[in-house]
Structure formats: structure tokens, C-alpha cells
Design a protein around this ligand. Structure first.
Ligand code: SF4
Length: 239
């Protein structure tokens, strides 16, 4: 993801080759919907004060999507500007989310820069786009889209080969058919041997208690989660 040096940089610049690459990467721009500070609502990092960088755009259209406002618009910011804004919050936990953050190629640069700056970085991704180039220091929180999402055909199955123990796979479940489908996928791919697995009920559609009963009945090796931010704030944008 190295791009040519900005033509604005003087030809006689004293920067070394490495510095020039770094400057070019920081000049990479991304379309950003919002940057905000909140409690992480999901995953093994739930409850941690976290800065969220929400990138604009998504090629999917899940039926339960709660971030449609991130499909379009946003503001174009350089990686350097995003780094500066993130630094203002004084926390080491950063989540890059969307939309689908990997839909913008500059996302890979941003993730690397955040890791280089010693942040603890997680990436929320739909599982539809290739994750193989994501910096290995990033915790990938990767969805596997169920039939109930309406986007099951978009799953990029080779992504499973690029998951490690510090990543997490997430199934967002609409109903019992989704639940049974997810159980089959876990068994088929032995996902429980690869990384932690998250089961989330669709907010307002599948009763959390019902999902909990199924998980206990079937002795599933998964972590059930409800979205903390929705319990606290009802899922308002930027919270
Ligand atoms: S992948 Fe995420 S952002 Fe994109 S439509 Fe689905 S739920 Fe919404």
C-alpha cells in the first residue's frame, strides 16, 4: 500500500526512503463518517473506553444494518489527520469500523499506522472482503453473514485461513434457522479451534434469553453477547 510521494514535497527533500514512504502513507486519505469515544459494546473488549473510527461506505446491505448512515457521505481525511484526532482522546484502545472499513484501500495504511503508534487496534469487518493484508497486530472481528442477513452469498470463505487466536468470529443471528446454520458452519470449519466465536441476537428481533437457552442446551463453545451500547444508549449514532 505504498503510494508515490506527494508532488507537493520538494524534490530536494532530505527525507530518507523509509521516511518518504511513511510520509506518503500518512498522506493517504480515507472517507470518514465519524470519530468518537465510547465504551466498546461487543467482543472480548466489551466495556473498555475506546475510540471508534467509522469509515464510510459498505458494499453489503444486511437487513438488520444499524449503520446505514455510514453508507454515503463522510469527510475525506488523511491518515495523519485521523491519527491526530485519535490521539486527542487519550486511550490506547481503537476500533476501526464502518460500514465496511476494508472497502477503502487506505484502511490498511491506517491500521498499520495505529499499530506502529502502539495502540491496541481492532477491526470490525463484514467477512465479505479479503483480510489477508490486514496488519497481523490488529485483532480482526470478522462477521460470518448468515442467511437471515440477506448477504450470505457475500462471505469470503478463504478469510477463515487468515484468522488467528487473537481474532474473533461473529455471527449475528435473526432466528433459529440462522442459529442452526451457524452451528453447522462452526462444526464444518472447526472454528472453535481457530479463535473465539461470538453469537449476537439481532437487537429487537431475537430475544437474548431465547438464544441463551439454545446455546446452553447445545453446549456450544461460543460467547453470547448483547450490545452494551444499545442497552446504555439505544444505539444512537456516535454512541
Ligand atoms: S456489513 Fe455491516 S455496515 Fe455493511 S450492511 Fe452489513 S451490517 Fe451494515
Amino acid at each position: 500500500m505504498i503510494r508515490p510521494l506527494s508532488p507537493a514535497l520538494p524534490a530536494s527533500s532530505p527525507l530518507s526512503g523509509h521516511d518518504q514512504d511513511s510520509q506518503a502513507e500518512k498522506a493517504e486519505t480515507l472517507r470518514v463518517t465519524e470519530i468518537f469515544f465510547s465504551l466498546q459494546g461487543e467482543t472480548s473488549r466489551v466495556g473498555l473506553p475506546t475510540v471508534f473510527v467509522r469509515l464510510t461506505g459498505c458494499p453489503l446491505r444486511c437487513g438488520y444494518c444499524d449503520t446505514e448512515y455510514a453508507f454515503y457521505g463522510g469527510k475525506r481525511l488523511s491518515v495523519a489527520a485521523i491519527m491526530a484526532e485519535v490521539g486527542n482522546f487519550g486511550t490506547r484502545y481503537i476500533t476501526v469500523t464502518g460500514g465496511e472499513p476494508l472497502a477503502q484501500k487506505g484502511c490498511l495504511v491506517l491500521l498499520k499506522e495505529l499499530c506502529d503508534a502502539d495502540y491496541s487496534v481492532s477491526l470490525e469487518t463484514s467477512g465479505a472482503l479479503d483480510v489477508s493484508m490486514v496488519d497481523a497486530r490488529v485483532a480482526k472481528i470478522m462477521d460470518i453473514k448468515t442467511p437471515g442477513s440477506g448477504e450470505v452469498k457475500k462471505n469470503h470463505w478463504p478469510n477463515i485461513c487468515h484468522l488467528t487466536r487473537h481474532d474473533e468470529v461473529k455471527f449475528v443471528l435473526c432466528d433459529e434457522m440462522d442459529y442452526r446454520w451457524a452451528v453447522d458452519i462452526i462444526r464444518e470449519h472447526r472454528l472453535d479451534l481457530i479463535c473465539p466465536i461470538l453469537f449476537s441476537p439481532v437487537y429487537g428481533t431475537l430475544e437474548p434469553a431465547t438464544l441463551a437457552t439454545w446455546i446452553l442446551r447445545d453446549r456450544l463453545p461460543v460467547r453470547m453477547q448483547v450490545q452494551l451500547h444499545k442497552l446504555l444508549w439505544g444505539g444512537e449514532p456516535g454512541r
